[in-house]
Design a protein around this ligand. Structure first.
Ligand SMILES: Cc1cc2nc3c(=O)[nH]c(=O)nc-3n(C[C@H](O)[C@H](O)[C@H](O)COP(=O)(O)O)c2cc1C
Length: 425
């Protein structure tokens, strides 16, 4: 397929990348398989992708997989008679809107920093006249090595954009920095650099919390709640669709990370608060997480044992930090609009108004989670938007529709721009 064809997106991704051309350089890293997902989701968003596979890259993914998923030829050789009769390495970069190196190995990063051009990928990168985004991944020591860090600093100073690496378990069995950014995060970075996450909230930063928190009792047991994360995740996706640069701080849920959103995974309320504070300043904060009010006061390092003849242990609880109140009173860093949720089983409006006053937030979305409502874990929600100027009752809507309506109300409040059908998302 030639660049320029018009493949319609097949899913409701938060951005439309039709007509945009990506040159994807796949280098030799164990996480190269994840890039196949980036290709698949990028194609769904309408992105046209050509790819270069380094010799190292071809050890981890096959040219056939890449060609089948990109629906395009895969370029591998610099000394190719057919491709180079048309100056392939120059044409590939000239015809792209963005160049993505993923995974970016320590080796290709070093070559880029030093201007080496000893294969098709490095030669194309040296000839690049387009924005370059790299997604590094490597062993934790390779990443921390002074040589790699100096090379990264050189690339940053030249305006090369980075996505990741993240922290976590690495394929080499070690733990730490060096993990390839997840596909949704890479796609969000692509969309941002291509300027295609456009909408009334473009230029605004949004912070959304979602899901339950897990408060450990001992290494194997925890206190949790029934929040599914469906509503918070849908709100993050809806804000991203309207162009907001969105960070989702998520407790443990079964929901997939929304595309176009940077998702930070946490477990406890304390971790959620730290992640929120690390992601300020923001223009919008929506606290949809069901944060545990209490944690166990004494954390047990070892599993509590059930001993014959002994009484059951008594758990003493301590109060968790109040994330909504903390964000609402964050001084200069307070988001312009702070929205909280109130899950109530009775006296919905009365309790929501009291919560609004107590927490100092701007809006409360009050929802009835009483027995029989099916709100927790269900797909629909009956909410009231309570603000200082009154109470708005919304009809029973799906959680997706609640999210869309809330994002539109936020856009209206912050910018006065009503999202319309013409808005590019
Ligand atoms: C199993 C295995 C996994 C590897 N994973 C990585 C990796 O994640 N990151 C990295 O920088 N290098 C990794 N390497 C080393 C590179 O593949 C090697 O440096 C290669 O020369 C990179 O070539 P390229 O950058 O031209 O693709 C790995 C090597 C092996 C054998």
């Amino acid at each position: 397929m030639e660049y320029g064809s018009d493949m319609a997106p097949t899913t409701s991704l938060p951005f439309d990348l039709r007509g945009k051309k990506l040159l994807l350089i796949i280098a030799g890293g164990i996480a190269a398989y994840k890039v196949l997902e980036v290709i698949r989701r990028g194609r769904e968003a309408g992105l046209e992708i050509r790819s270069i596979l380094t010799a190292g890259g071809a050890q981890f993914v096959t040219p056939l997989s890449v060609a089948a998923l990109t629906e395009n030829k895969v370029y591998q050789e610099i000394f190719s008679l057919t491709d180079e009769s048309e100056m392939g390495h120059i044409r590939l970069v000239r015809e792209a809107d963005l160049i993505l190196v993923a995974p970016a190995s320590a080796d290709i990063i070093a070559k880029m920093a030093h201007g080496l051009a000893d294969d098709l990928a490095s030669t194309a990168l040296l000839a690049a006249d387009k924005p370059v985004l790299i997604a590094p991944t490597m062993n934790v020591q390779m990443w921390a090595h002074a040589a790699t860090q100096a090379n990264i600093a050189t690339l940053r100073a030249r305006g090369i954009e980075l996505v990741g690496p993240g922290k976590g378990d690495l394929a080499c069995g070690e733990v730490g920095s060096g993990r390839l950014a997840e596909p949704p995060e890479i796609l969000a970075a692509i969309a941002r650099l291509l300027g295609h996450a456009q909408g009334p909230l473009s230029g605004k930063r949004a912070l959304v919390t979602s899901g339950p928190t897990y408060e450990p009792i001992d290494p194997v047991r925890y206190i949790a709640n029934r929040s599914s994360g469906k509503q918070g995740h849908a709100i993050a996706a809806a804000l991203a669709k309207l162009g907001a640069e969105t960070v989702l701080i998520s407790g443990p849920t079964r929901e997939p990370d929304p595309l176009g959103v940077r998702t930070v995974h946490i477990e406890t309320a304390a971790e959620m608060l730290a992640a929120c504070e690390a992601n300020l300043p923001a223009d919008i904060a929506v606290c949809a997480a069901a944060v545990a009010d209490w944690r166990v006061a004494e954390h047990h390092e070892q599993k509590l044992k059930k001993e014959a003849g002994q009484d059951a242990p008594v758990l003493r609880l301590a109060t968790n930090p109040d994330i909504l109140a903390t964000l609402s009173t964050a001084g200069a860093k307070r988001p312009s609009l702070v929205v909280g949720f109130a899950a109530e089983t009775e006296k919905l409006i009365e309790h929501a108004k009291a919560k609004l006053a107590r927490k100092g937030c701007d809006w409360i979305l009050a929802n009835d989670v009483g027995p029989g409502t099916g709100t927790f874990g269900g797909d629909s929600n009956l909410v009231h938007l309570v603000s200082r100027s009154g109470d708005e009752e919304w009809p029973r809507l799906s959680k997706l529709d609640v999210a869309t309506r809330l994002a539109a109300r936020i856009a209206d409040e912050l910018t006065g721009k009503h999202p319309t059908k013409e808005v590019k998302v």
